[in-house]
Write a protein that binds this ligand. Structure first.
Ligand code: CA2
Length: 151
């Protein structure tokens, strides 16, 4: 008997503010609403998610080191760390788990400094620009990838 696929959902700095500010860029959906939508979507596919948000780079690295061994894949919106953090990229590689990167906004239609991501090169795929739906699309893609690779 196989156990349920477990996905770590990681939200980086400032994403706790979703729904409360800058709605013209990030929409009005809160992080709690995104997490519960992901939980429901996962359960419908016989999987489970475990969500974590931090404003601290080291806390995100610690969480990945501690929790990834108990998970099969990682869905991450690294927030502003997308464009700055070698440490987060290294921690993701260190998990040896497939990573899907998501962003609410289309980072390529925004300022030039957002066009480069330290995570994309080690991710199996990237979804951006669809608001909170980027997360559900990313989860779907990650679960499909995991079931392909489970055979
Ligand atoms: O579009 C995304 O999801 C981003 O990862 C969001 C990051 C940004 O630095 C990336 O370039 C793209 C910023 C997260 C900040 O979230 C806020 C939400 C509401 C109000 C203020 C900030």
């Amino acid at each position: 008997m196989s156990t349920a696929i477990r996905v770590l959902v990681i939200h980086g700095p400032n994403l706790n503010l979703l729904g409360s500010r800058e709605p013209e860029i990030y929409g009005t959906t809160t992080l709690a609403e995104i997490n519960s939508t992901l939980e429901e979507a996962a359960v419908n596919r016989g999987a489970e998610v475990s969500a974590f948000q931090s404003n601290h780079e080291g806390a995100l690295v610690d969480h990945l080191q501690q929790e990834a061994p108990q998970a099969q894949g990682i869905l991450i919106n690294p927030g502003g760390l997308t464009h700055t953090s070698v440490a987060l990229r290294d921690a993701l590689v260190g998990t040896d788990r497939p990573v899907v990167e998501v962003h609410c906004s289309n980072i390529f239609s925004r300022e030039e400094f957002r066009h480069h991501s330290y995570v994309s090169g080690i991710a199996v795929g990237v979804v951006c620009g669809f608001g909170p739906r980027s997360y559900t699309m990313g989860l779907e893609a990650l679960l499909s990838h995991l079931s392909d690779s489970r055979g």
